[in-house]
Design a protein around this ligand. Structure first.
Ligand code: 13P
Ligand code: SF4
Length: 304
């Protein structure tokens, strides 16, 4: 059954000049058929380099929107049009206006997990893999970090020279990973290193041996001489962790490290999306234009 869907996908992709990009949180069988798999930063960057005229995105809406904003001439199709990141909606334009009024020299630093509209009101975008590097380079002392306060606080703790204003957005998947669960997991696996995503709460991050984006977690475990790891992020990363490290052991720390939105993406959905090509990312031209500058600034600052 899977084999016939996979060959249908391969044929449609070729016929319609499509490249498939997938995030590490989608199911392993989807990662397996994708042309490129990575963290949010890698996927935004790779989207600017692929030659195909159509990008099919296996991820949540903000990822497809970023690909479209960076490549307005390409058609960007979502593998599942309802896969959305709740955190992307946890800040509004009014809040940004208020902070700009109170702190006229503020830099609005926007985690890519945000809507295109929010990006239009921001000075620069960041992802979990480059936020520290980018915020450090900004000339502004005042930083309004949106929408995720956990990533914001993690970065702020490393940049005492800056003054941060936080927003109260969060990822419900990472928030559900509890420090008590981490302690129990450490007791069960006393030799394991604990690797965490910076969207986890501060008390969980304090217990981590390493904090990084999805790709950084995978790279860290792969380069390490250790062979047991507790993983505090979404379960999708286990696919690549195990592909790259078949002899190492990986354990979740929480009860339910699943992003239901990422899991909406399926092989059947991809075949449908390729067949009909109708789940297209569409943004008003003005939004696209205004959201382009902060994303482009991220790509430039991250690569310097
Ligand atoms: P990465 O940038 O680490 O891939 O994270 C994206 C994300 O949605 C984390 O929840
Ligand atoms: Fe959004 Fe959290 Fe899912 Fe990442 S894991 S896409 S931040 S809900």
């Amino acid at each position: 059954m899977n084999e016939s869907i996979k060959s249908r996908i391969a044929q449609l992709k070729k016929e319609k000049d499509v490249v498939i990009l997938a995030h590490y949180y989608v199911d392993g069988e989807v990662q397996e058929i994708a042309d490129y798999v990575g963290d949010s930063y890698y996927l935004a960057e790779v989207a600017t380099k692929v030659p195909e005229s159509v990008i099919l995105f296996c991820g949540v809406s903000f990822m497809g929107e970023s690909a479209k904003i960076l490549n307005p001439e390409k058609k960007v199709i979502m593998a599942d049009r309802h896969a959305d990141c709740p955190m992307a909606h946890m800040v509004d334009m009014k809040k940004i206006e208020e902070v700009r009024k109170e702190y006229p020299d503020v830099a609005v630093v926007c985690y890519v997990n945000s809507t295109a509209e929010i990006k239009t009101a921001s000075d620069v975008c960041v992802t979990s893999s480059n936020a520290l590097k980018i915020v450090k380079k900004l000339p502004n002392k005042d930083i309004f970090f949106i929408p995720d306060h956990n990533l914001g606080r993690f970065i702020a703790a490393q940049l005492p020279e800056k003054h941060f204003i936080f927003n109260d957005g969060y990822c419900h998947v990472h928030k559900a990973i509890l420090a008590d669960d981490v302690r129990k997991a450490k007791e069960a696996h006393p030799h394991a290193q604990m690797l965490a995503h910076p969207e986890c709460t501060g008390d969980v991050l304090e217990l981590a041996d390493y904090v990084g984006s999805t790709s950084q977690i995978i790279d860290y475990a792969t380069a390490s001489d250790d062979d047991e790891f507790l993983i505090a992020t979404e379960m999708g990363v286990f696919y690549e962790l195990m592909q790259k490290n078949p002899d190492k052991k990986f354990f979740p720390v929480g009860q339910d490290q699943i992003c239901a939105d990422m899991k909406k993406v399926s092989l059947e959905g991809i075949a449908e999306a390729l067949e009909h090509m109708d789940a297209e990312v569409e943004l008003p031209e003005e939004t696209r234009n205004d959201a382009h500058a902060p994303l482009k600034r991220m790509l430039e600052l991250a690569s310097e």
